[in-house]
Design a protein around this ligand. Sequence first.
Ligand SMILES: C[S@@+](CC[C@H](N)C(=O)[O-])C[C@H]1O[C@@H](n2cnc3c(N)ncnc32)[C@H](O)[C@@H]1O
Length: 345
Amino acid sequence: MSLEERIKAEIASGGPIPFERFMGLALYDADGYFGGESLRSVRSGDFLTSPEVSPLFGETLARWVITEWERIGDPFQLVEVAAGSGSLLAPLLRVVEVPAIAVEVSPAARRALSERLPHIDVVSTLPDDIRGVVVANELADNLPMALAQRAEAGWRERWVGLDGDRLELVDASPRPEALDWLTAYAGDVPTGGWVEVQLEATRWVEQVLSRMSAGSLVLIDYGDTAENLLPRRADGTLRTYRAHHLGPHPLDEPGATDITADVNFTALTATARAGGAVVDLMRQDVFLAELGLRDRLTEVRHAELAATRAGDSDERLRLRSLRTEIETLLHPRGLGDFRVMVARR
Ligand SMILES: C[S@@+](CC[C@H](N)C(=O)[O-])C[C@H]1O[C@@H](n2cnc3c(N)ncnc32)[C@H](O)[C@@H]1O
């Protein structure tokens, strides 16, 4: 039976399921988008992440790791969660040699990580004790989430049910945990507005900080504060990606498309503060500039000019592609507009 048929059979026998159950199966079942044989976080895939744009992303983050190592001393470890193809960890570890662990739930990604980084631990769950830096790029937007819509009389959840043989969103009373989350973090959403209820992302932040005796969590993703996301609530931010473009409806072709939504950083920063961390929220361009990437851009621009004057076309081309990579990471309406939450303790 295909994944879609299994989901339909589950609904046919037990009734509608919360959207987060559907999203969990669509992405992480053995036949799910990240559960199957294909490595998804690669340049040729459906989406392009900062580490896949350039090794300079990992190299720049190495400066954060060094700062934190100097601050808390040994024992120290680097934990990358959602480590994907290893495109962040590999260049980072070339700059600073620290004990490192890659956490991945995707079997294809774990295989790629073990091949690319044979000297590090590759595991599927978070370590119990963490002292050091935890990095997670584009994890939270892929953690299963529930769906809710604001009605005249209050919040309703949207679960996944069946209309004949078609998967459909159906109305459901909000579960208490969803209602608590919506009340605390959704913001002043007008009637009809859609909200992705990111309970799992919130629990994940809680779990990381409860296991961290000292160090920091650096969580990078698209999204914003609840207030800044309000203009997008009329339709909500749930979407799929395919071949770098918006893909089919999230209920169509489960297992074959990435399902994602903007991350509500109001929920994550509040959770991190409640977990005893000192929290900063900033844009990716600002974070990377503070770690020296804008200075690097200036150096590369000068070197490119010098190579042009010297008539060294190979060097000029090499520097031009390096410059383009840095500009992509810092682009104010692209990756530079991502948010970085740094939670330290
Ligand atoms: C969009 S990809 C990002 C990969 C990589 N960080 C990058 O930026 O290229 C999301 C990744 O998160 C992984 N993932 C999802 N839930 C996870 C969890 N609870 N623990 C570890 N990895 C997880 C998926 O398997 C997938 O590889």
